[in-house]
Design a protein around this ligand. Structure first.
Ligand SMILES: C[S@@+](CC[C@H](N)C(=O)[O-])C[C@H]1O[C@@H](n2cnc3c(N)ncnc32)[C@H](O)[C@@H]1O
Length: 182
């Protein structure tokens, strides 16, 4: 069931991407590869070489063409306004400075471009939010990911304008967000 939900969420996200130059931030092992639009020219980055090795093997298995680069989301090595789409799935819960990373996403996105994010975040319910705050240090130690990030606010703090925000799981824990520069 969980796997099906993730598949459905990824399909929903990629329905917003229509070719052109695409950057995937925090590609991991390449779980989004099979959703890449055929006419897109995709560059995928991650800070972990171990993840990238698995992503390269996965891309080869699927026979897809994707440029895979070792890079930190805090300091993207691309010129301003390089990409038509910047995509990330379940990444800004683990990037240490999410606002800096999202500012970089904004910088490399074209003025007419679109940022599409699938992220889990702090629940909207106040009491559940407090519970997640309590457990967050332990979860970070165990998994490296934060469960209480205020990602909607972080996206706005980075200067992006949210055009679409859709809750995909109960209490708003998982959201699909479409944002633009203006
Ligand atoms: C939970 S995984 C998600 C992977 C993939 N996007 C997916 O949906 O399966 C988070 C990924 O973000 C990467 N990551 C964390 N901090 C990063 C950073 N500062 N720059 C680039 N990638 C980063 C991790 O290495 C990891 O591959």
């Amino acid at each position: 069931m969980k796997l099906l939900a993730f598949r459905r969420w990824r399909e929903k996200l990629w329905a917003h991407v229509h070719g052109g130059r695409v950057l995937e931030v925090g590609v991991g092992t390449g779980k989004n590869f099979s959703y890449y639009p055929q006419d897109a020219q995709v560059t995928a980055i991650d800070i972990s070489e171990r993840m990238l090795e698995r992503a390269r093997r996965h891309a080869a298995r699927l026979g897809i063409t994707v440029e895979i680069l070792l890079m930190d989301a805090h300091t993207l090595a691309f010129l301003d306004e390089s990409f038509d789409y910047v995509v990330a799935t379940f990444v800004f819960c683990s990037v240490p400075d999410p606002v800096l990373g999202l500012s970089e996403v904004r910088r490399v996105c074209k003025p007419t471009g679109t940022v599409v994010l699938l992220e889990h975040m702090r629940p909207e319910s106040p009491w559940l939010g407090k519970l997640f705050d309590l457990f967050n240090p332990m979860v970070v130690r165990l998994t490296g990911a934060n469960i209480n990030r205020t990602t909607v606010e972080n996206i706005q703090r980075a200067g992006l304008v949210i055009k679409h925000c859709e809750s995909l799981a109960s209490k708003g824990i998982v959201k699909l967000i479409v944002a633009r520069k203006h």
